[in-house]
Write a protein that binds this ligand. Structure first.
Ligand SMILES: Cc1cc2nc3c(=O)[nH]c(=O)nc-3n(C[C@H](O)[C@H](O)[C@H](O)COP(=O)(O)O)c2cc1C
Length: 388
């Protein structure tokens, strides 16, 4: 497409996220794949995200005048090449070695946002270098003020565009697969997991090349040479995920750039965020990994976008798996969308080609929907929604 700077290349063996997921399942050790793929408790919320978004229907207009579709979308003063970005994911290097770097590079080349998690395996500085300071940073709220200030200073010094504070992990989600696999906090490397690693030679070789995954952003605050049990204790002591108005106000005061809260789903929290000067919300339920009894995200997002669109940017994630889902979310009123698992499936399936491939796939699919329904501008998608 003429407006897109990066060429769209798709590996024809894996033309959908389902293909990527199937391939990733074969290539990743079981404990890593299940950590990525699963939800919490009985996966009710995970499944609800999918089923509710699939209910959104679009109306095509085949006889209207049409020139071409332009996927570019403006957000926080930046024009991105498409209305989707890469959500923050922790422990990425454990799922596929070097994956935060692979995804950040692909995101920068495709001019879409990449959000770095506090607890992933690359540092703020390394990702800033790869993306030329265009990445976003997701902050898990540290217990110590000093650590918080330092993380914000480092993000600002690295040129981070947008700071995302996480609201929906006041406590770690209960995920039976991770408990079974020894991936709960503190993590453990059981004999079963070690055997799994030997069964996945590509993963093992890539891990040898790139080294054991480590919490790179957090290294300056960690005592050296922690064993796995001590690492778990350190993580528990360092992060106190529960947000409150005071904490947000204090971050707002220190952070001069755009500020986003991720995980808010209620009117009450949205009004608090607006009153505290927050610039945007990612309506999210952590991909169904935290509250099995919770709502999907498309339902509250549609409501919040209608009510608060003029006061705060409303974005969404959780359960989106391709171009039609991006279109459904944008037509329902979102100003931008994010995906977590889809991109990690891409890297798990295709290694260093996975970022470019998955972004290309999303762009291709999304563009097809835009052309099919006869929509030239992303902002006009709400005109095509049926079940308003
Ligand atoms: C394996 C995994 C790890 C995640 N780690 C984080 C994290 O460290 N910080 C965060 O804000 N969200 C994290 N999330 C949530 C994602 O940012 C995002 O909300 C979610 O993946 C969206 O749902 P989707 O996977 O269905 O696209 C994680 C999600 C997954 C699947």
């Amino acid at each position: 497409m003429a407006d897109q700077k990066k060429e769209i290349k798709i590996n024809s063996k894996y033309p959908s996220v389902t293909d990527l997921r199937n391939r990733a399942k074969k290539k990743m050790p079981k404990f890593a794949f299940e950590y990525l793929d699963g939800g919490c408790n009985e996966d009710i919320n995970l499944d609800k995200n999918r089923s509710d978004i699939q209910k959104v229907e679009l109306m095509p207009q085949y006889l209207s005048k049409f020139d071409k579709s332009d996927l570019r979308t403006e957000l926080f003063g930046h024009t991105y090449d498409a209305p989707f970005g890469i959500a923050p994911v922790g422990l990425q290097g454990l799922m596929w070695p070097n994956s935060p770097e692979i995804l950040a590079k692909a995101a920068a080349e495709h001019n879409i946002p990449f959000i770095l998690s506090t607890v992933t395996t690359s540092s703020i500085e390394r990702i800033a270098e790869i993306t030329e300071g265009k990445s976003w940073f997701q902050l898990y709220h540290p217990a110590e003020e000093k650590v918080k200030r330092d993380l914000l200073d480092r993000s600002a010094a690295a040129g981070t565009d947008v700071l995302v504070i996480l609201a929906d992990v006041p406590t770690f989600g209960y995920r039976p697969r991770d408990v079974r696999n020894g991936l709960a906090m503190p993590p453990s490397m059981s004999v079963k997991n070690i055997i799994e690693v030997f069964k996945k030679p590509d993963w093992a070789i890539q891990t040898l090349i790139h080294g054991q995954p480590a919490f790179k952003t957090l290294e300056p605050y960690m005592p050296k040479g922690l064993n796995l049990k001590k690492l778990g204790e350190f993580m528990d002591a360092t992060f106190s995920g529960r947000l409150n108005e005071e904490r947000i106000a204090s971050i707002r005061e220190q952070w001069k750039g755009k500020l986003v809260i991720k995980g808010v789903v209620s009117e009450e929290d949205t009004e608090k965020a607006i009153s505290l000067g927050v610039d945007g919300l990612i309506v999210s339920n952590h991909g169904g990994r935290q509250l099995d009894a919770g709502q999907s995200t498309i339902v509250p997002m549609t409501h919040l976008a209608k009510k608060y669109k003029d006061k705060i940017k409303i974005m969404v994630d959780s359960g989106l798996r391709g171009g039609p889902d991006i279109a459904r979310a944008m037509a329902s009123g979102a100003e931008f969308t994010f995906m977590g698992r889809s991109f990690m499936y891409g890297v798990g399936a295709l290694g260093k080609e996975g970022g470019d491939h998955t972004i290309s796939l999303m762009k291709r699919e999304f563009q097809q929907v835009m052309e099919q329904v006869c929509c030239e501008k992303v902002g006009d998608l709400p005109n095509h929604i049926i079940n308003k």
